[in-house]
Design a protein around this ligand. Structure first.
Ligand code: SAM
Length: 292
C-alpha cells in the first residue's frame, strides 16, 4: 500500500493530524496534484542509481515519489515543525534523510561530498520556496560540476527569464548566468490551483541540464558574471553608459570603451539585452585585455 501524500484528501488529513499551519514567510505552498508531481519526476528521468537532493520537502509530497524511484534522497528543510511530520509521512522509506538546514547557508560542494557519492549522478528536484528562487538557482548553478540535472518548480515569470533569448524583454543577467552553464527549458506550465494554499502567481517546472561544453571557461566565470551584472545594470541604457557609470572616467574612457566595442564589431549604441552570451564574452575578453 502506498497512499500518495499529494492526494488533496491525504494532505488535508496530514495537516489536520499534526495541527500544521502554513508560514507564508517560508514560501509554503504545498503541491496537491499527483499527476503534476508525476510529470515533475518523469522530467528527471530518474534511475535506481540516481541520488537526489531535494530543497524544501514540506510534508513530503515530492519526496515520497523520489524515495520510490531513486537510490537515495537527501532533503533540506528549514522549518523544524515539519521534521516530526516528515518522520511520520516518510516512515516507510529508509533511503531518505531530512536535514534541518537553510539551503542558503549550506556550503553546497562540501555538503554534496558528505551526503553523496560524487562518482554517480546527483540530481536536484524541488518545488522551490519562491521568496528565494534566484539565490537558490545561483547557488545550484555554481555547483554544476556536481549536479547533472536540476528540475525545479518556480514562478512562471522567473522561468521565462531563465529561458529568454537575446532581444527578448525578459533577457537579462539571470538568463546569462543560467544559460552559460546549462540548457534551460520549461517542461510544464502549472496553474495556481495545483497548490494549497494557492500562490498569487502561475508556476512552471523548469529543467536545467549541465552543458557538456560550457560557454565560458571555468577560470573566467566569476569575473564574467560581475561584468554581466555591470552591463545590465540599467537595462534601458546603452551598454557603453553602464560601463562609464561603473568604471568612471571622462571622454578618454568613453573613447576606450567605444574602441573596444568597435573591435568586436559592436555599435556604441548597443544595449546589453541585444547581445548573446558569446558576444558578451567577446567584449569582456577585449575589455580585460585593455585592463578596464
Ligand atoms: N516540497 C513540498 C511540496 O512540493 O509540496 C513543499 C514545497 S514549498 C513551495 C517550499 C518548502 O521549502 C517549504 O517546506 C519551506 O518550509 C521550505 N523552505 C523555505 N525556505 C527554506 C530554506 N531557506 N531552506 C530550506 N527549505 C526552505
Amino acid at each position: 500500500h502506498s497512499e500518495l501524500i499529494s492526494e488533496p484528501s491525504v494532505t488535508r488529513e496530514i495537516l489536520k493530524k499534526h495541527g500544521f499551519t502554513f508560514k507564508k514567510s517560508l514560501g509554503q505552498n504545498f503541491l496537491t496534484n499527483p499527476a503534476l508531481l508525476e510529470q515533475m519526476v518523469s522530467a528527471a528521468n530518474l534511475t535506481p542509481e540516481d541520488q537526489v537532493l531535494e530543497i524544501g520537502p514540506g510534508i513530503g509530497a515530492l519526496t515520497q515519489l523520489l524515495a520510490q524511484r531513486a537510490q537515495k534522497v537527501v532533503a533540506l528543510e528549514i522549518d523544524q515543525r515539519l521534521l516530526p511530520i516528515l518522520a511520520d509521512t516518510l516512515a516507510a522509506y529508509d533511503n531518505v534523510t531530512v536535514r534541518n538546514q537553510d539551503v542558503l547557508k549550506v556550503a553546497l560542494p562540501e555538503f554534496l561530498a558528505t551526503e553523496f557519492d560524487l562518482n554517480r549522478p546527483i540530481k536536484v528536484l524541488a518545488n522551490l520556496p519562491y521568496y528565494i528562487t534566484t539565490p537558490i538557482l545561483l547557488k545550484l548553478i555554481a555547483a554544476t560540476d556536481e549536479l547533472a540535472e536540476i528540475i525545479v518548480m518556480m514562478q512562471y515569470e522567473v522561468a521565462q527569464r531563465l529561458i529568454a533569448e537575446p532581444g527578448h524583454k525578459t533577457y537579462g543577467s539571470l538568463s546569462v548566468a543560467v544559460q552559460m552553464n546549462m540548457d534551460a527549458e520549461i517542461a510544464v506550465k502549472v496553474p495556481k490551483t495545483a497548490f494549497i494554499p494557492q500562490p498569487k502567481v502561475d508556476s512552471a517546472i523548469v529543467r536545467l541540464t549541465a552543458l557538456k561544453d560550457p560557454l565560458i571557461p571555468a577560470a573566467d566565470k566569476l569575473a564574467f558574471n560581475n561584468f554581466v551584472q555591470i552591463v545590465f545594470k540599467q537595462r534601458r541604457k546603452r551598454l557603453l553608459n553602464n560601463l562609464i557609470q561603473h568604471f568612471g572616467g571622462g571622454s578618454e574612457a568613453k573613447q576606450k570603451f567605444s574602441d573596444c566595442l568597435a573591435k568586436v564589431d559592436l555599435s556604441p549604441d548597443i544595449r546589453a539585452e541585444a547581445l548573446s552570451i558569446t558576444e558578451l564574452y567577446g567584449l569582456f575578453t577585449i575589455l580585460l585585455k585593455d585592463g578596464y
